[in-house]
Design a protein around this ligand. Structure first.
Ligand SMILES: *[C@@H]1O[C@H](CO)[C@@H](O)[C@H](O)[C@H]1NC(C)=O
Ligand SMILES: *[C@@H]1O[C@H](CO)[C@@H](O)[C@H](O)[C@H]1NC(C)=O
Length: 323
């Protein structure tokens, strides 16, 4: 106590100090209880979803990433961005297929992979060094990729196509299909399947408009309840988009033939389509025809094509003319 404080004043000051300490303690207690309550409340209801939701690593543009010279020379805006997913074991046997046939027809077409063993003349980047490259981690890899592309490559394309390294895409037919669609609205277009409210097959390739890509990219940091890990990449992405209000759109020609094709040429041609079950399809069943009638004349994509088949298709589509 200071000497020049009169007795009564001192008591008042002391009581006030005690009061404020009490108030402070109360506030701290309240905050502590709040934290405890928050900690006990699970953020996701189902236990297994908490368990399954994988960590998604943060990325920086040049963090462990090699961008090939050819990729660096590609434009950063335009109509169509094409993303082909691969990994080192498929570089020679598969990735060279899209890289030397249909991918250069996109405004910006790149292989996304996990190692730098592709030639610098192939547009690619190895952004997957720190991702698990197993089949069942594809969902995590794709959600990472959507965020990566939107944030670190470019959010300035109208459309973003995702394909596998064994998908052949007839880019002109794809552009023809989307020509009347507004790329400022969310679109999710591919070979659509019925289960779980509808989703597009991953292997047949699917295309997202810019706002649809943004919705997925935004799930990177704080995924919403509908965007949880799935062992099946395409199903997981479809569920996520549906929960955000985006459903796959109808993709058939006038005859009812599918424009995107998730089966191999052999399976389609020879009638070995394994799941011809009405429950399997969304809203309507595409016509399944065999032999030379299997495919729509406006076909956009076909899955399970080998490097050899891609070269064959490409040669006959773009080189050989009937005289
Ligand atoms: C990349 O993959 C190739 C082909 O499998 C392999 O020979 C090479 O060692 C790998 N390189 C790196 C840097 O991981
Ligand atoms: C890869 O898998 C391991 C083991 O399942 C897991 O601990 C790790 O977080 C995964 N990495 C990524 C980037 O998902």
């Amino acid at each position: 106590m200071t000497e020049n404080c009169k007795h009564n004043d001192c008591i008042t000051i002391l009581t006030m100090a005690r009061k404020s300490r009490l108030i402070l303690t109360c506030i701290l207690c309240f905050l502590f209880t709040l934290v405890l309550v928050k900690l006990q409340k699970p953020s996701v209801k189902k236990k297994d979803e908490v368990f399954l939701r994988p960590p998604i690593l943060p990325v920086k543009e040049d963090h462990f990433t090699h961008v090939s010279l050819a990729a660096k020379n590609l434009p950063l805006s335009g109509k169509l961005f094409c993303l082909v997913i691969s990994y080192h074991k498929n570089h020679q046997s598969r990735a060279m297929g899209p890289a030397t046939t249909w991918m250069p027809k996109c405004d910006h077409g790149e292989i996304f992979t996990n190692n730098n063993s592709l030639p610098e003349t192939v547009p690619y980047r190895d952004v997957y060094r720190h991702q698990n490259n197993t089949y069942y981690s594809l969902y995590t890899k794709m959600m990472f990729t959507f965020h990566y592309i939107y944030t670190y490559v470019s959010p300035s394309f109208d459309w973003y196509l995702k394909a596998d390294d064994d998908t052949y895409v007839i880019v002109e037919n794809l552009l023809d299909f989307i020509k009347d669609l507004n790329p400022n609205k969310p679109y999710y277009i591919g070979f659509r399947l019925k289960s779980n409210g509808g989703y597009n097959s991953g292997g047949a390739g699917y295309i997202l408009s810019r706002p649809a890509l943004k919705l997925l990219a935004d799930q990177h940091k704080n995924p919403s309840k509908g965007c949880v890990f799935s062992k099946w990449e395409d199903l997981g992405v479809g569920k996520c988009l549906r929960s955000l209000g985006v459903a796959p759109m109808r993709t058939m020609d006038k005859e009812g033939l599918s424009l995107f094709y998730m089966y191999s040429f052999d399976n389609a041609f020879n009638g070995k389509v394994w799941d011809y079950n009405p429950d399997y399809w969304l809203y309507e069943i595409p016509k399944i025809k065999y032999g030379f009638e299997s495919f729509s004349s406006k076909l956009i994509s076909i899955h399970h094509t080998t490097l050899h088949e891609m070269r064959l298709i490409h040669t006959f589509l773009y080189r050989v003319k009937v005289h």
